[in-house]
Design a protein around this ligand. Structure first.
Ligand SMILES: Nc1ncnc2c1ncn2[C@@H]1O[C@H](COP(=O)(O)OP(=O)(O)OP(=O)(O)O)[C@@H](O)[C@H]1O
Ligand SMILES: O=P(O)(O)OC[C@H]1O[C@H](OP(=O)(O)OP(=O)(O)O)[C@H](O)[C@@H]1O
Ligand SMILES: [Mg+2]
Length: 283
């Protein structure tokens, strides 16, 4: 039975379960179960600390896993990154007191940087050629400066509310733009039929989330312009209408483009424009 590790708690937990459920798997826990079996799909979901998932996958103890890109880099585990999952997006940044003007360029060997991601930060400092001190903390990193144990922090910033409340601001470029990611031990494992199928179904959900279907009626003479506005994936479906000189057009488009597309279609005389969500798809 294919074993897939999902985060048991934290920022990535709900998103991972929702994605698996939308892809047709039974992954929802009723309580605090350590694993959930989906006998219909011959898959078992194992709920692990997100920080440990890359290690389990790299050792082949579980075939696939969902973790954060930042946690993966921090773990140093050697795994195959199958696909970014487009949730759990955040920046991993240095932050410093708002007053003080400290930047990564002014970090010195005496600068103390508090973080839960020691290895990720050490790698970044090495890249920058800075020999600063890394202070390991398990969490609540933002308060460490006020408490006198650090001069700067490196942590996950999403809305920025936590650092703002702590009187901090980000400094320098983000160390990493992170998001949830699907990983496998290596290509051989990723190619196993149940693993390949899981990845393909997840991909279908991710593509569906980012696309819509747009349908409209159009005077035939404007079809060339319409194809430029809604090129679809291969090309749009064009069907005859019973009204002479008119066609019906149907195409997939990116979710974020839809208002611009409707404006442009209206401008070339399209009528009855309908936009629908896609539940899942293969393209
Ligand atoms: N707003 C957020 N806060 C924290 N982590 C986030 C956020 N958004 C996304 N993430 C991602 O979630 C993962 C961290 O998950 P989680 O918070 O469960 O771990 P943790 O902080 O190490 O554990 P704990 O909950 O015990 O503090 C990282 O990949 C991180 O980038
Ligand atoms: O930019 P924001 O939207 O405010 O989110 C980022 C904050 O959320 C996380 O903390 P978490 O709740 O996981 O607590 P922790 O520090 O104990 O990990 C993270 O470590 C930051 O502190
Ligand atoms: Mg946390």
């Amino acid at each position: 039975m294919l074993q897939i590790a999902l985060p048991n708690k934290g920022a990535l937990s709900d998103g991972a379960v929702t994605l698996a459920e939308e892809a047709g798997y039974h992954a929802k826990r009723r309580g605090r179960e350590l694993s959930v079996r989906d006998a219909d799909n011959d898959v078992e979901f194992i709920f692990l600390r997100p920080r440990d998932i890359a290690t389990y996958v790299s050792k082949g103890i579980v075939e696939l896993g969902v973790t954060g890109l930042d946690l993966l880099h921090d773990s140093g585990a050697d795994v195959k990154q199958l696909m970014p999952l487009k949730f759990g997006k955040a920046r991993f940044c240095y932050a410093v007191p708002k007053e003080g003007g400290l930047t990564p360029d002014t970090f010195t060997a005496d600068t103390r940087i508090a973080t839960s991601y020691d290895s990720l930060v050490r790698q970044d400092l090495e890249r920058r050629g800075i020999d600063a001190k890394v202070v390991h903390l398990d969490g609540a990193v933002e308060i460490s400066i006020q408490l006198g144990v650090a001069d700067a922090i490196a942590d996950v910033v999403q809305t920025g509310r936590t650092i703002d409340e702590a009187g901090l601001t980000t400094t320098g470029d983000p160390i990493l733009n992170t998001q949830a990611i699907l990983i496998a031990q290596n290509n051989d494992v990723a190619a196993l039929e149940p693993a390949r199928l899981f990845a393909e179904r997840i991909k279908g959900i991710l593509v569906a989330r980012e696309h819509i279907v747009v349908e409209y009626d159009l005077p035939k003479e404007h079809l060339a312009k319409a194809k430029d506005i809604t090129p679809g994936i291969e090309s749009p479906t064009v069907s005859p209408l019973s009204k002479d000189g008119w066609v019906a057009v149907k195409a997939m488009a990116r979710q974020g483009d839809i208002n611009r597309i409707m404006d442009e279609l209206t401008a070339i005389g399209a009528k009855g424009i309908i936009v629908t969500d896609i539940r899942t798809c293969r393209i």
